[in-house]
Design a protein around this ligand. Structure first.
Ligand code: C2E
Ligand code: CA
Ligand code: CA
Ligand code: CA
Length: 276
């Protein structure tokens, strides 16, 4: 049916232009977003299984005037390709420090995990900027945790030196999306990290996928043997929590506990969990 084919092609074409124009718009509008105050942070609670206390992970969102809320998965790679990740990353650090001051009136020991692009580590001033942001808010390095996606680590020598420097200065470094890179085990051997975060692809289906369960178990054991803390992300069901608790996982995060929340709602979540 040539007519049908033609219609199908036209449809595919429209879809294509649609996607193209969206990504073109994102690329062209991204440089304005910082000055226009269009970024905001949401916080996802994480539960420590050892004693039941909560910490949080900060996740960025872009409130675009026409496109609505855009996820970081869509614009962070563009920010990295176009040299804007340093400025955005600095904004994130300052905003997290601001919010931590407020959050610490509720939970004094609260630690906020912050996602750091490996490109930020390249900046020799990175650690000083971090230290300045913290001292400006009278916070110590112990109140944040730096999450670095392991598959994004390209320059191992640089990463090794930066991680050591961060560690020496009291910062905690976490290998994010652990298990998704071709060199997860060498990362553990070479890099000075305090925690691994098991990627959600191993956790989300653990209740019915025996393979995922075995791999998660292995990663938890490995972390324990190396004296590292271990977080599981993508905990969506009570069964996941039960399994991870049994394995001896130290921390969990996922929709089962809560989705990422704006600051106001996060405070409500904490008040609620205190009265329960
Ligand atoms: P990530 O660091 O691995 O963050 C976890 C992602 O999983 C978040 O997506 C979160 O909303 C989602 N998630 C949480 N619980 C569950 C669950 O139970 N099931 C499922 N299926 N997903 C869950 P989000 O917020 O869209 O962030 C995507 C990625 O963008 C992050 O992955 C991180 O790599 C990056 N990112 C976010 N904020 C920042 C930032 O401030 N700076 C940088 N450089 N990257 C960021
Ligand atoms: Ca993360
Ligand atoms: Ca992750
Ligand atoms: Ca990720």
């Amino acid at each position: 049916d040539p007519a049908g084919d033609k219609a199908g092609m036209q449809q595919a074409d429209d879809l294509h232009t649609g996607e193209d124009s969206r990504s073109r718009k994102i690329t062209s509008d991204l440089p304005l977003a910082l000055n226009e105050n269009q970024f905001f942070l949401v916080y996802q609670p994480k539960l420590d299984l050892r004693d039941g206390h909560y910490n949080v992970e900060a996740l960025i969102r872009w409130n675009h005037p026409e496109l609505g809320i855009i996820s970081p998965g869509e614009f962070i790679p563009i920010a990295e390709e176009t040299n804007q990740i340093q400025n955005i990353g600095n904004w994130v650090i300052h905003q997290v420090c601001n919010d931590l001051v407020i959050l610490k009136t509720y939970i004094p020991d609260l630690i906020a995990a912050v996602n750091i692009s490996p490109l930020q580590l390249k900046d020799n001033e990175f650690i000083h900027k971090l230290q300045n942001a913290l001292t400006d808010h009278q916070l110590s390095p112990a109140s944040i945790e730096l999450e670095i996606t392991e598959s994004a680590l390209l320059d191992m020598q640089m990463a090794k030196e930066q991680f050591q420097l961060l560690h020496k200065n009291g910062f905690r470094v976490v290998l994010d999306d652990f298990g998704t890179s071709y060199s997860s085990l060498s990362h553990l051997k070479v890099l000075s990290v305090q925690k691994i975060k098991i990627d959600k692809s191993f956790i989300m289906n653990m209740d019915f996928n025996q393979k995922d369960q075995q791999i998660a178990q292995m990663m938890v054991r490995l972390a324990k043997n190396l004296d590292l803390e271990v977080t599981a992300e993508g905990v969506e069901k009570p069964e996941h929590l039960q399994m991870l608790k049994k394995m001896g996982c130290t921390e969990i995060q996922g929709f089962y506990l809560s989705k990422p929340l704006p600051l106001e709602e996060l405070m409500g979540f904490f008040k609620e969990s205190k009265t329960n």
